[in-house]
Design a protein around this ligand. Structure first.
Ligand SMILES: [Zn+2]
Ligand SMILES: [Zn+2]
Length: 262
């Protein structure tokens, strides 16, 4: 019985591998929203990007956005600098920016990147991040790019860490080295979305640690796929700061919208 289970597991693993290979062949450079190969991708520079048909289906973060977390701000009567969340919470990180608002078609893309083995999306999404936020990265000049780590058990079942794929591509585009081993996720925490705000904070206490005792890093750029309340990046920033890092910046592909004052 156990052997049969193991065999089935191996077959599934192999099928997943073949599926991934086929995706690479069939969709070498496809749009991460509709999975079509856009005409200019066939004739142009051949790089993956969101196709013209899908552009209106996604919402890039535009000004005004929160000066702390990068969330787009709703229309307030007067000009404000921070979103309602950041007015309430004293974040551990220095500043964050995001590429897209987490609504519409990008939700499906992020889901497929994370759970459906569409690792190839990371290239197009990181390219978008670089196009929109490259000058910001240049200005903050981090010494190293660090992906938010997954617990090794979760990484083993998923086969990859989507944040690391995004970070690797951003590292290639910016020339800033990536260090995917600087941090470790020591606890396999419950998914943050299932918890309340205070549970989230507790859930993440001691969830991360630095694998190197002393690092001489002034500035670090953290990479993650989706920013919601910032409790994950805050937990990581706390660990990095206690390890001597002075400034922790955050780049996420997607971010929620400002909910306003409650
Ligand atoms: Zn498309
Ligand atoms: Zn904010």
């Amino acid at each position: 019985m156990r052997k049969q289970k193991q065999n089935a597991k191996n077959i599934i693993k192999m099928l997943k591998f073949v599926y991934r290979l086929l995706c690479r062949v069939v969709y070498p450079e496809c749009c991460p929203i509709c999975d079509e190969v856009a005409p200019q991708q066939l004739t142009g520079d051949g790089v993956a990007r969101i196709c013209p048909t899908c552009r209106p289906k996604v919402t890039p973060v535009q000004t005004p956005f929160c000066m702390k977390c990068g969330k787009p701000l709703i229309e307030y009567a007067e000009r404000v600098e921070y979103c309602a969340d950041c007015k309430r919470i004293a974040h551990e990180y220095t500043q964050g920016r995001a590429v897209y608002v987490y609504r519409g078609a990008i939700i499906g893309t992020m889901h497929r990147l994370k759970y459906n083995h569409r690792q190839d999306y990371a290239v197009a999404l990181a390219r978008d991040a670089y196009e929109r936020l490259g000058s910001w990265i240049e200005r903050i000049a981090p010494q190293v790019i660090v992906p938010i780590p997954l617990h090794k058990k979760r990484k083993k079942t998923r086969g990859y860490n989507q944040a690391q794929l995004l970070a690797a591509e951003l590292s290639r585009l910016t020339g800033i080295p990536m260090d995917a081993d600087l941090l470790q996720r020591t606890m396999d925490t419950r998914p943050q979305r299932e918890l309340s705000a205070s549970e989230r904070k507790n859930n993440l206490k001691k969830a991360f640690q630095m694998s190197k005792k002393s690092v001489q890093l002034e500035k670090v750029l953290l990479i993650d796929d989706i920013y919601t309340t910032g409790s994950t990046v805050d937990a990581v920033a706390r660990v990095l700061k206690s390890g001597g890092v002075r400034q922790v910046y955050v780049l996420c592909v997607c971010i929620g919208g400002d909910k306003g004052e409650e």
